[in-house]
Write a protein that binds this ligand. Structure first.
Ligand code: OGA
Ligand code: NI
Length: 335
């Protein structure tokens, strides 16, 4: 129900349904504050090897000179803030907790399944092909459809450029990933994390890996919140001017036969300021068979995962809790 949205009320105390048991709390004082994830200048030298290195060591990197116009990034964040400032009745019309819906405003992660809530509201949109989905998108704020469509187009192009570099870095043809993943769907999550009265007791999003192939994240420039697991420690990914954050999803881990890593990450919240992030997910076509690329399977490195369809994978992903074991573990070869 729409009254579950947290962005429609002011909260002076954290409701009990958001409080994590002691052992699951974020332990914010143990997070590495000033670690760096790799930064790749897409207009600079050695792009392919730098991306390959980042995918293998961190599963995350930031890109600059990425071709997405900076004013469009700013406009996207601005319209996202305007959207979440709409009056409650306006937002209520868009609310749904059915993950099968192609346009919905929701809260937490999966309110039908989870036992503890997360301090996040989110708008989820299907974005490709645009002509098919835009007619169902919000009409308010008035610039929403134009701004978000333009942003989606640019991000998709960037995604395909990244696929080419990632494929090449694995020794595959530059169009390998794009072809192997079929006609790509594209989804967007506009994540809004309001100020939280007790950030040390809860999450915006608990630790998870992304089930899709590649994620491009536009982060609030003022407020940090994304953290990535690296060598057993949580490291903070601080916003970098003009950069976009890229991460490998489960499907590229499978395709690379485990060489590239879809790593655990989470969003934490804070008591001072709201935070916005806009995640664009490139997702394989539902019925294409996904598995390790043939040339990456050798006697010394046998296939780590079996072949499966994304439809099968996605159903499994949404039937679990976010912070259970890595979903790909369920698709390991048994031999
Ligand atoms: C996501 C995600 C991180 C963030 O939407 O999958 O990991 O910082 N978001 O909002
Ligand atoms: Ni994620």
């Amino acid at each position: 129900m729409a009254d579950q949205l947290i962005s429609t009320a002011v909260h002076r105390e954290l409701p009990g349904s958001y409080v994590r048991p002691e052992s699951q709390r974020p332990r914010l004082d143990e997070v590495v504050p000033d670690a760096q994830i790799p930064v790749v200048d897409l207009a600079g030298p050695d792009v392919v090897s730098r991306i390959g290195q980042a995918c293998a060591t961190h599963g995350f990197f930031q890109v600059v000179n990425h071709g997405v116009p900076l004013e469009l990034m700013a406009a996207m964040l601005a319209v996202a803030y305007d959207f979440f400032r709409l009056p409650p009745e306006e937002k209520a019309k868009l609310y749904s907790d059915d993950p099968a819906k192609k346009m919905r405003l929701s809260t937490s992660f999966n309110v039908r399944k989870e036992t503890v809530r997360n301090w996040r509201d989110y708008l989820r949109l299907h974005c490709h092909p645009l002509e098919q989905y835009v007619p169902d998108w919000p009409t308010n704020p008035p610039s929403f459809r134009d701004t978000v469509s333009a942003y989606c187009r640019e991000v998709r192009e960037l995604g395909f450029r990244l696929y080419a570099a990632i494929s090449e870095s694995l020794g595959l043809a530059r169009d390998y990933a794009e072809k192997a993943l079929g006609e790509q769907e594209q989804h967007m999550a506009v994540n809004f994390y309001p100020e939280c009265p007790a950030p040390e007791l809860t999450y915006g999003l608990p630790a998870h890996t992304d089930p899709n192939a590649l994620t491009i994240l536009l982060m609030d420039q003022q407020v940090a919140g994304l953290q990535v697991l690296n060598q057993g420690r949580w490291i903070a990914v601080n916003p970098r001017p003009n950069a976009l954050v890229v991460n490998i999803g489960d499907q590229l881990q499978a395709l690379s036969n485990g060489r590239y890593r879809s790593v655990w990450h989470r969003a934490v919240v804070n008591s001072d300021m709201p935070r916005m992030s806009v995640a664009s997910f490139l997702c394989p076509c539902n019925d294409v068979l996904i598995g390790p690329a043939a040339s990456l399977v050798t006697e010394e490195s046998p296939a780590v995962y079996r072949d499966y369809t994304y439809a099968e994978y996605y159903t499994k992903f949404w039937s679990r809790n976010l912070d259970q074991e890595h979903c790909l573990e369920l698709f390991r070869t048994t031999s």
